[in-house]
Design a protein around this ligand. Structure first.
Ligand code: MSP
Length: 655
């Protein structure tokens, strides 16, 4: 048993959470849960990064104080983590006093080591990364390599950190402890970057109000990355003194202790900060280093990183609302090879869900539970079995699962569980217990066959506990295995109770009708008709081409809005959400598909007037062509149709 400290990045509060943020946090949660089940003492930290120019700017754009914006977004993060069952022990905000104390202490130590000096600083600056880039890191238009947005030339007097001093110590660290950066490709990247020479780093900003004042350097504010990285120790009480508020006992236990394992989970976009700057700050301050910085890849959509600045946000919420947060957790962990990039699509989600959860786990549970109830009077089989092909498959599965989980290869760990289910299903097909029940009833042979299959499901469900904390316990209850076990030791063969009551099976993972789901997902809640839109994570900021979110009137007039009278309406077959409308657009007849079937009865719409986007390229939804889009206000995602205040001739322009 050991002490394990697991952290996520702290997320910026100028952005509502999207799938990327959710992903890192769910991975961290899975690691935390798995290590707890493996018997370790875990401390799991997440939080928010609230200072800096970016946040100040976003708050100004919305006409609110930075702290108000932060409070709002933090509230959303709290809700989201609660919905997803994230089991963090603490949530740090960089605007908290305890964090400021930690940053001040860090700076005192680095100052004492003689690693700060003042100098003029100029260069190309990305406000979104809050970092300077060298000319050679930028493209011909001097765009940020991460955000692909223009950088700005900036010049000011700053405090510098002597990063150049740490080139050799860092190279020596990567050599001596290669596990400090994972996966290996990222270590190689970082090593090459450091070997290429390290320039001193500007760690303060002049004239920035929204941040921590730099101790002993009037007029300077601590650079957000020095501020943010310190959260990993300030949250544990570093800098709080020994006796205040529980003091730094957690820091001593989970960071300073030689024996503690300290894991930072991050996306590859912030690798340099964590694998170069952070260890250098810590070396300078004389503090222990992280055990491992684990950098995963990006979730991509249309081959680009999912991000606010790319405006290709993926909001996992609709999926989570419809299929449960565990299904989303399962998909994200199963479909990304941890460390590499992966593509997010609704289709991939539905395919994975149907194959692994509905057909795989769900069907196996209902099949074996039904058979066992029938043969053994509503109970689990009375006779276990301890030498058979399923047991051998289980031994292989458990060994592979544990090894893969320890190595952060979640996709491989989950695939090992799927293979065990496959083995159980194959065994079931070969032994045909349904035939034998007819002939032998609840014989010892039937008992052994069914017990083996239920036992395989039990082992799979225990292995899924860290990944699906809400539904894995339901699977255990469904197969008569009772409450979830406290440890992964329960993956050993033989744990299923004999003769335990089996509840009537109820579907845990109902199958998704792919065509219907994809058509519904393509139809926005309000209306349908345009090419499938990408989901957005809400009003997190300007989402059009201009810098300030405003458009010219000409741009508005490009959209042809017209009043139309509905002449016919009916449901689109097999869709719960879509209606097919026929409308009169002033002598012109059009067919529209609208995602309003849950709120409007077709008959009640005939004769009503609606407002339509008349110059949209047609799109086909569930096999029906839509030649325009009906406008509606979206109230919590539910459409409320717009119509003129009094009847007007159909085809009248709206402007
Ligand atoms: N505030 C800094 C981190 C400071 S840590 C001391 C920051 N915040 S962020 O809000 O931009 O979140 C970045 C993290 O979100 C990434 O490192 C990654 O963990 C996650 N992701 C954001 N977009 C992502 C994808 N498209 N795909 C996967 N994860 C990504 O940077």
């Amino acid at each position: 048993m050991s002490d394990v400290y697991v952290t996520t990045p702290i997320y910026y509060v100028n952005d509502l959470p999207h799938v990327g943020h959710v992903y890192t946090t769910l991975v961290a949660d899975t690691v935390a849960r798995q290590r707890r089940l493996a018997g370790d003492e875990v401390y799991f930290l997440t939080g928010t990064d609230e200072h800096g120019q970016n946040i100040e700017r976003a708050a100004r754009e919305r006409g609110v104080a930075p702290i108000e914006l932060a409070d709002r977004v933090v509230g959303r993060y709290h809700e989201l983590w609660a919905e997803h069952g994230v089991s963090h022990d603490d949530f740090i905000r960089t605007t908290e006093a305890r964090h400021r104390a930690g940053v001040e202490e860090m700076i005192r130590r680095i100052e004492a080591a003689g690693d700060f000096y003042a100098a003029a600083h100029e260069g190309w600056y990305c406000p979104a990364c809050e970092t300077f880039y060298t000319e050679k890191e930028l493209d011909a238009d001097r765009r940020c390599p991460v955000h692909e947005t223009p950088t700005e030339w900036k010049s000011e007097e700053n405090v510098f950190f002597r990063l150049s001093r740490y080139q050799e110590p860092l190279l020596e660290l990567y050599e001596r402890r290669p596990e400090v950066v994972r996966p290996e490709t990222r270590l190689n990247e970082v090593r090459a970057f450091v070997a290429g020479g390290l320039k001193d780093l500007s760690v303060s900003r002049a004239g920035l109000e929204w941040g921590i004042p730099f101790p002993g350097r009037p007029g300077q504010t601590v650079y957000v990355w020095l501020d943010a990285l310190t959260n990993y120790v300030s949250a544990l009480g570093f800098g709080s003194g020994d006796d205040a508020d529980g003091g730094d006992a957690l820091y001593r236990r989970f960071w300073a202790a030689e024996s503690a394992t300290r894991v930072h989970l991050i996306g590859k976009d912030i690798l340099r900060f964590h694998a170069v700057y952070w260890p250098a700050f810590l070396l300078s301050a004389g503090l222990p280093l992280p055990t491992t910085v684990w950098a995963h890849g990006w979730w991509l959509r249309d081959r680009r990183k999912v991000s606010k600045s790319s405006r290709n946000l993926v909001d996992p919420e609709p999926l989570a609302r419809r299929f449960g947060t565990d299904a989303v957790r399962y998909f994200l962990l199963r479909d990304m090879v941890f460390g590499q990039d992966a593509s997010f699509s609704d289709e991939a989600f539905v395919d994975r869900y149907n194959a692994d959860l509905a057909n795989g786990l769900g069907n196996t549970v209902s099949r074996v539970v039904t058979l066992s109830r029938k043969a053994f009077d509503g109970r689990t089989p009375p006779e276990p079995c301890d030498d058979n092909p399923v047991m051998r498959a289980a031994a292989e599965c458990v060994a592979e699962y544990r090894e893969a989980m320890d190595g952060f290869a979640f996709q491989r760990a989950i695939a090992a569980l799927s293979r065990l289910l496959d083995a159980a299903n194959q065994y079931l097909v070969e032994r045909e217990p349904w035939k034998r029940i007819k002939e032998e009833g609840g014989s010892a042979g039937v008992s052994r066959v069914l017990w083996n299959c239920l036992e395989a499901v039990r082992i799979v469900a225990v292995g899924l506990l860290p990944v699906m904390p809400k539904t894995a316990p339901r699977v255990l209850a469904a197969i008569g295995a009772g409450e979830p076990p406290a440890g992964l030791g329960a993956m050993a063969w033989g744990g299923l109770p004999k003769g335990a009551p089996l509840p009537e099976p109820e579907p845990i993972f109902p199958r998704i009708d792919k065509d219907e789901y994809l058509a519904d997902a393509a139809a926005p809640a309000v209306a349908a008709g345009s090419a499938a839109p990408t989901e957005t994570a809400g009003d997190a900021g300007p989402t059009d081409d201009s810098e300030d979110g405003m458009i010219d009137i000409d741009k508005f007039f490009e959209t042809e809005l017209k009043v139309a009278t509905v002449t016919a309406a009916e449901r689109v077959p097999k869709s719960s959400k879509l209606l097919r409308l026929e409308v009169d657009l002033g002598g012109e007849r059009r067919q529209l598909v609208a995602g309003i079937a849950k709120e409007y009865e077709p008959d009640a719409l005939v004769g009503r007037q609606v407002v339509v986007v008349a110059n949209l390229r047609p799109a086909t939804l569930m096999g029906v062509e839509s030649q325009g889009m009906v406008l509606a206000a979206s109230v919590d995602g539910a459409p409320v149709l717009l119509h003129p205040e009094r009847p007007v001739p159909p085809g009248t322009r709206v402007r």
